[in-house]
Design a protein around this ligand. Structure first.
Ligand code: SDX
Length: 428
């Protein structure tokens, strides 16, 4: 017999169905609440509100668990390729050899952009932030593929759009970087891996042969996997809401990129490095900055610390911290910022303010240090996050479309002025 909860309101009592997930998470189904009671619920930031049931990613914030379709992030980061993980998130299973070959070949042969798009880049100022360019360019891609907007999109149309976006986002990202620096663009090379091709387009120059460094390629593969999905975070929820209006996938991903840019979300990886450099340039007085982060009258926050779900540790931060040591050693890179980050973590985690609030390093705290070691500039860090999160956004959008989710339209409680007559201008 299904569980229910009883809600007693003024003069009425109603029963609410209880939903139980496969990991025994519990939820009250309030989908009939307003119709049967006239009440709605209020939950700023949706801290206690589920927007959907999903079979893609499971997080346990207390135990620091993250699984994609049931596979532990630690195992995927160590053993899988990013395209295998992308396939898993989008289609639900790890691909077999034939499936992976088809998926990889299809993506490899969609990496080029329409030549007209070069003129779009020319319109951006030199130094334009790559995230602003990326969000605009991915949305403008939809104008070259109008079939992606049609109401009765076929499964083939949807699959081709998915492969095109996965193929073209690295090309757009690399071209955004080249434009930001005023450098000549590099065209994709089909013989390279997904990560190798991105590195070639980012760091290659037309006048010289570019050899992909296998250490960098492997580190990038791991970082992309660690960022690939994270259930209903701010940018994924944005992708779902935009997609729920039946806007095309390019526009939904563009909105997700815009949401990710914020320093409280994916923009934190850039903000962490800027914060660590500020602390270093200020003389490295860690206690001063920890006290600023605790001071409610000071807007300063410890960037890369805290998380809406993880109140113990972010398993991705643990993996990235270890990878940072390995990558910097393998590349022979000494970065004083890494030591400041480790010292700051130690000081914060011995401070009651952070421990009591469950504030631990999140995925963004150490990732920037690896990106720096790979030669990626700070204003490209959130672009790297977007490249990783892309298959998660796509998988969540596809799950929503396949379940014919209703358009996302939250309610509100009105607290403004009640009814009043219009006042003519000469009487105000
Ligand atoms: C990502 O949701 C996801 O899954 C996101 C993500 C993903 O993969 O998609 O994991 C990626 O966005 C990681 C988070 C990156 N952002 C940052 O590192 C920015 C710094 N952190 C925060 O601003 C904050 O911790 C959030 C935004 C991450 C979470 O904010 P919440 O859940 O709304 O928590 P809150 O702001 O209500 O904080 C609770 C308390 C408050 O203090 P009190 O009111 O209880 O006294 O903790 C304090 C906050 O002031 N607090 C911090 C802090 N983060 C929270 N105090 C100092 N420094 C911080 N970083």
């Amino acid at each position: 017999m299904s569980e229910t909860a009883r809600l007693i309101l003024e003069n009425q009592e109603i029963e609410l169905p209880v939903i139980t997930g496969t990991e025994n998470e519990k939820a009250l189904d309030i989908s009939k609440l307003r119709a049967s009671t006239g009440y709605i619920t209020l939950d700023p930031g949706f801290k206690n509100t589920g927007s959907t049931q999903s079979a893609i990613t499971f997080l346990d914030g207390e135990k620091g668990i993250l699984r994609y379709r049931g596979y532990a992030i630690e195992e995927l980061a160590e053993n899988a390729s990013f395209l295998e993980v992308a396939y898993l998130l989008i289609y639900g299973e790890l691909p077999n050899t034939d499936e992976l070959e088809y998926f990889t070949n299809s993506i490899t042969h969609h990496t080029l952009l329409h030549e007209n798009m070069k003129r779009f880049f020319d319109a951006f100022p030199i130094g334009a932030h790559p995230m602003g360019m990326l969000s605009s360019m991915i949305s403008s891609l939809s104008t070259f593929y109008p079939e992606s907007q049609e109401q009765n999109r076929s499964v083939t149309d949807i699959e081709r759009t998915i492969h095109r976006i996965i193929a073209k986002l690295p090309t757009l990202a690399a071209q955004a970087y080249k434009h930001n620096k005023g450098l000549p663009i590099m065209y994709p090379k089909n013989e390279l891996s997904y990560e190798g091709n991105f590195l070639h387009m980012m760091f290659g120059v037309p006048t010289e042969k570019y050899d992909v460094n296998p250490i960098v390629e492997k580190a990038l593969n791991k970082l992309l996997i660690l960022h690939a999905d994270h259930e209903q975070n701010c940018s994924t929820a944005t992708v779902r809401v935009v997609g729920s209006s039946q806007a095309n996938l390019y526009s939904s991903i563009s909105a997700g990129i815009a949401a990710l840019w914020g320093p409280l979300h994916g923009g934190a990886n850039q903000a962490v490095i800027e914060m660590l450099e500020q602390i270093k340039n200020d003389g490295g007085d860690l206690d001063k900055w920890i006290n600023k982060a605790k001071d409610k009258t000071d807007s300063f926050r410890l960037m890369g610390f805290g998380h809406r779900v993880y109140k113990n540790f972010d398993p991705r931060a643990t993996i990235i911290k270890k990878a940072a040591d390995e990558v910097l050693e393998a590349l022979g890179v000494e970065d004083p910022i890494l030591n400041i980050a480790k010292q700051l973590e130690a000081v914060a985690l011995s401070d009651e303010y952070f421990v009591q609030r469950g504030l631990y390093p999140n995925v963004d705290f150490y990732s920037g240090i690896i990106y720096r070691a790979l030669g990626i500039p700070t204003d490209m860090f959130t672009v790297m996050f977007a490249l990783g999160r892309l298959p998660g956004w796509i998988g969540q959008w596809k799950e929503m479309i396949e379940h014919s989710a209703p358009i996302g339209r939250p309610r509100q409680v009105y607290i403004g002025t009640t009814s009043r007559p219009f006042v003519p201008l000469n009487k105000r």
